[in-house]
Design a protein around this ligand. Sequence first.
Ligand code: MN
Ligand code: MN
Length: 467
Amino acid sequence: MEEKTPAQQMREKLLAQKKNGWDVVDEATERAIFEYAEGYKEFLDAGKTERTCVDNIVELAKEAGFVPFERGMDLQPGMKVYRVNRGKAINLAVVGSAPLDQGVTLCAAHIDNPRLDLKPVPLYEDGELAYLKTHYYGGLRKYQWVTIPLELRGVAALKDGSVVKVAVGAGENDPLFTISDLLPHLAAAQNQKKLGEAVPAETLNLLVGSRPLKDDEGSDRVKLAVMKLLNERYGITEADFLSAELEAVPAFDAVDIGFDRTLIGAYGHDDRVCAYAALRGLLDLPSTPVRTAVCVLADKEEIGSVGVSGMQSRFFDTFMEDLCASQNVPLRVCFEKSFCLSTDVSIAYDPNFPEVFEKNNSARINYGVGICKYTGRAGKSGASDAGAETVAYIRRLLDGRNVLWQMCELGKTDVGGGGTVALYMADRNIDTIDAGVPVLSMHAPFETVGKLDCYMMYAACRAVYEG
Ligand code: MN
Ligand code: MN
């Protein structure tokens, strides 16, 4: 071994080191990374909407010994409980050995994704073709959602109180749906439009049928024939669309990307990649943690964490208060001692578009969990700016467990930005910091992440829960 020069030694001591994760991990970790990715891909395919995702999570939680949390339950250390919020969000907890006045450790992700919701009056016929009108949900780029296969998932709540689950495209040999776009031959005028205006929202109409009802002289025969099929399969009528939540989501399953299979392409990495890490981390806890570990999987983040199933909802406080009541601990005392990792994806540096990134402060694929001290826009507007002490805590925690991580911002300061659930946790007097997997093509129907980063996210959540 050659001796290091004084300059080399000084460089190692004084300058921050950044290394590609694949140059750092050992063979056992490599194996764990690829194994973890298989479980994550299954999780993605099983839950393409918040409701199906919750259904799958409940199954996984039950297998791991979790039980529904009833108010007033006698909670002992080691007990595993969960509570579902209206089928669209879920909180899970493993009761720790320390009392709740010592606070809890939280990992909070969201399980809603950009998609195309059906309008309340969606079904119509035009040009002897049947369509469902959609209303896009979340910050999506409309031009990306045409000419791809889509499937339909959700529920119709009937007046008699029953709820019908709708899933077309989920089964083998199921039909799929699509939205048409102009052909290049006739797109001269459309090509002149701005990208954001080229595909107007009112053209995002899902093609769902083309065969008219036979032996009928009336109008809208294709529409009627489609409604007949829906009625036969689900027992619903056109009026039942009024009380339905139906979502058109990409029909493709999660796949490996790259000759080396180090990446995953799928719909919904934002934010199922962190939701799975937060969940798996909790399910895999080998023993009773010291502080109670809580996994929060919220809905409605993509539209501002609003509404009864979003992170701003008192559902979370009620869950926590019910936990605290079992030990006669005031909720505020628990919150002020708690720590939250707001686990939401970060933006991966994309060499195809270097102009929107500030290189020194961008997350890179394969460099581990992206930690954001703050998110927001412009002058940190709308950010939860984690304190320096909180950043130091997470540095210490992750380095102590050999979790690979990197510090990042969301692109160039004046170019754009974004937000997460972090500010709503911080509002509750909980020390909170953002951390997530870097994603390419975020909010597209098909997003890409690195398997190494996915695994490091899981390791980070484990570290938080285990303290
Ligand atoms: Mn997100
Ligand atoms: Mn998002």
